[in-house]
Design a protein around this ligand. Structure first.
Ligand code: ADQ
Length: 463
């Protein structure tokens, strides 16, 4: 690629930091190839800062320039905690009951997108190629176009695209969807998401379908396709060889020599289906007593979006449920649930995954879910663990060799976990081989390569 790549996301990751995940590494690689720019919020909130204003900081990081913007407290509250996380996140995850509509949120969201566009436009070169990430920044291309930017701009949505009638619950849904047409390419996680997008624009905007993935509406044309995100398998397998990872596995094995470990790793988010997962585990102990004093669930849940009420609620619910299960089934020398409300160091993750006999990846809705892919990559191919995966995770479209479950069906999920715990070695190996081949084929490098190639090749919208 000859053009410079500009990545825009709400938060930026420093690709050179050891704690960076696969996404930061993959985007960092792409940025380094072209000597790129990564633009986003600095993470700093300036108390009493002027609305629609913020200081820009430029910092070199290897061949990449990190450009970060501070946000005033009113802007941050309305754009981030408000519209992004009290409207878009719940609705896009089908949780209309948790959405809070407030005109001030939408105004703040637009104001910050306009601010991002204004600051970013001063840094752009004519032949840059711009890749915008996620739901915080849907209107960014429209704001950039209003400032006269003619560069190619692509958008990738990391979370699900809801069906049209769910989308229509957002008061400004038509403006949001219209602003997507300012992009040259829209990337979604799954074919189901693409089908939802297509139905929305055909039903609500009378869009015309031009070829397989071209849509014309609002006098503009856009390409929309699925680009399922993956992980960097080699990087993750190398992490498995670090002393921290090996020590984590050895410690768990020595602490639980006769016990079967079930592993859950998530952000503490209501979309991840954690209460349902604990109820399914409770049911496993109730219905299949041979697991008592044996099956142990280690659930690591990273604190996230604290201060948004629905996240406080889910935290209290989980603490209550794990206490209840431990009180009911715990023994002097065994606690069925180990619930850890913290982020685990990334270097320890493969060790935790590898100590697990079963991974419980049971979101109620998820764009993709990378934990499912990391668990598979971390396994010992000669004696692998079993993945129990929600059919409502985007990952389920590809990972058909997992035990797919409906996480709302507590009894059936408990039955699947029982099956996973009793699965013969030959079946575990066979399923793991199929899963690992898929995780390798659809890795994060292919994701960014195919997205950027499609963006280069996208037909430019006229006008
Ligand atoms: P997330 O909702 O954050 O991302 P996910 O893909 O599951 O979800 O995880 C992202 C990363 O965070 C993984 O690398 C995982 O290891 C790490 N992580 C999660 N919990 C952790 C914990 N307790 N300790 C340490 N590390 C933890 C959004 C979408 C997903 C989509 C991704 C990428 O919601 O559906 O897969 O973006 O597109």
């Amino acid at each position: 690629m000859t053009s410079r790549l500009v990545v825009v996301s709400n938060r930026i990751g420093d690709p050179r930091k050891a704690a960076a995940g696969g996404l930061a590494v993959a985007l960092g690689d792409a940025l380094s190839e072209s000597g790129g720019l990564w633009f986003g919020w600095s993470g700093k909130v300036v108390a009493g800062g002027a609305r629609g204003e913020g200081d820009l900081h430029l910092q070199p990081s290897g061949k990449v320039t990190l450009a970060t913007l501070d946000l005033g407290s009113d802007d941050h509250a309305a754009y981030y905690a408000g519209y992004s996380n009290r409207v878009l996140w719940p609705v896009f995850h089908y949780r209309l009951d948790l959405a809070q509509f407030d005109d001030g949120y939408f105004e703040g969201y637009q104001r910050v997108n306009r601010l991002f566009a204004r600051k970013l436009s001063t840094l752009l070169k004519p032949d840059d190629i711009i890749w915008v990430h996620d739901y915080h920044l849907i209107p960014l291309a429209a704001e950039l176009r209003a400032l006269g930017c003619r560069q190619r701009i692509g958008f990738f949505l990391h979370i699900p695209m809801p069906p049209p009638l769910v989308m229509a619950a957002i008061p400004a849904h038509d403006m949001l969807m219209r602003s997507l047409f300012a992009y040259d390419l829209i990337g979604l996680q799954s074919e189901a998401d693409v089908a939802h997008f297509a139905r929305y624009v055909e039903m609500e905007a009378g869009a015309e379908r031009l070829g397989r993935d071209q849509y014309r509406a609002f006098g503009q044309q856009v390409c929309a396709r699925a680009f399922p995100i993956g992980i960097d398998v080699d990087e993750f397998q190398a992490l498995a060889q670090t002393p921290e990872s090996i020590e984590t596995r050895e410690t768990l094995r020595s602490q639980y020599p006769l016990r079967q470990l079930l592993i859950g790793v998530d952000r503490l988010d209501y979309s991840k289906g954690l209460p349902q997962r604990l109820r399914a585990f409770h049911r496993l102990l109730a219905d299949y007593p041979e697991n008592r004093n044996s099956a142990t669930l280690i659930q690591v849940a990273t604190p996230t979006r604290e201060g948004v009420e629905s996240y406080e609620d889910i935290r209290r619910e989980l603490e209550g449920l794990s206490g209840q299960i431990n009180g009911e089934y715990g023994e002097l020398d065994w606690m069925p649930v180990r619930y850890i409300h913290r982020t685990l160091a990334r270097r320890r993750l493969p060790g935790l995954y590898r100590a697990g006999r079963v991974a419980l990846v049971t979101p109620l809705r998820d764009g993709m879910n990378l934990v499912a892919k990391e668990f598979v990559a971390a396994q010992d191919a000669a004696d692998p663990g079993v993945l129990v995966l929600s059919r409502f995770a985007g990952a389920a479209e590809q990972m058909r060799a997992a035990l797919l479950v409906n996480p709302y069906d507590i009894g059936a999920t408990a039955g699947a976990v029982q099956r996973a715990l009793r699965m013969p070695l030959s079946e575990r190996v066979e399923r793991h081989q199929a899963l690992l081949a898929g995780v390798r084929e659809h890795d994060v490098h292919r994701w960014r390569r195919e997205f950027l190639q499609a963006l280069q090749a996208a037909e430019r919208a006229p006008g």
